[in-house]
Design a binder for this molecule. Structure first.
Ligand code: SAH
Length: 212
């Protein structure tokens, strides 16, 4: 398969797993996953599979990225927070759909590498920050949308508080060594509504900063 065929197959597999939103598919066509996967796994960038990145973390499976993005229902005027920058791939997809994306990771090394890719691709509406995302990003709150790409046992209180009224948060919840549930939290003027989406498996949300 040449490059173009691989990309066609990539989009086909994402679509066949339920990603049907036209804007999400366009974003996934525009953002080359190959730019976010380095070293020995680069040849598998267009497979629908999670892959290892540095700091013992993973870049999520493309169809899961698509399904989470679709569930988030991002609109062009939105300010979005992503917790768990990792490779930066998910943030790059969000940057195509939102006005502004803040993405935060506890590993300095991952944030630096992701920032390099954002610069190389000219994605100027992403702000990447080193920090403990379980506390959210108070200075920029409230957010129209929040996406968490690491699993907590329960939705972190600060993230619930930093979600705008009318806002949506999508996150995996459950014990880190088991299959987790992807859930959608909608904040209304009367409180929070919870909806189960699908079983998923993510690395754990860990409090505090990483070593590197
Ligand atoms: N969205 C990423 C994949 C994320 S993997 C991508 O598109 O590639 C999960 C990430 O969450 C890891 O990089 C991990 O370092 C980060 N993470 C875990 N706990 C965190 C916390 N409390 N605050 C910020 N980032 C955290």
């Amino acid at each position: 398969m040449d490059e173009a065929e691989r990309k066609m197959a990539f989009l086909f597999s994402v679509r066949s797993r339920g990603v049907t939103d036209r804007r999400v598919l366009q974003a996934m066509e525009a953002i080359d996953r190959g730019a976010f996967v380095r070293g020995t796994f680069a040849t598998r960038a267009y497979d629908d599979t999670p892959l290892p990145i540095s700091c013992g973390q993973t870049i999520s499976q493309p169809s899961v990225v698509g399904l989470m993005t679709q569930a988030l229902d991002v609109q062009p005027r939105h300010k979005v927070l992503e917790v768990g920058t990792g490779s930066g791939y998910q943030a790059a997809i969000l940057s195509q759909l939102a006005r502004r994306v803040y993405t935060i990771d506890r590993h300095r090394r991952l944030v630096a590498a992701a920032q390099e890719v954002f610069d190389a691709l000219g994605l100027s509406n992403i702000t990447a920050i080193v920090g403990d995302g379980s506390r959210g990003l108070e200075a920029q709150a409230p957010f129209d949308r929040i996406l968490v790409t690491a699993a907590a046992e329960d939705p972190p209180g600060p993230l619930l508080a930093q979600l705008a009224v009318g806002g949506i948060m999508v996150l995996p919840v459950g014990q880190s060594d088991q299959v987790q549930q992807l859930i959608k939290v909608t904040r209304t003027d009367r409180g929070y509504e919870y909806e189960d989406l699908r079983p998923v498996r993510f690395v754990p949300l860990v409090e505090g900063l990483g070593q590197d």
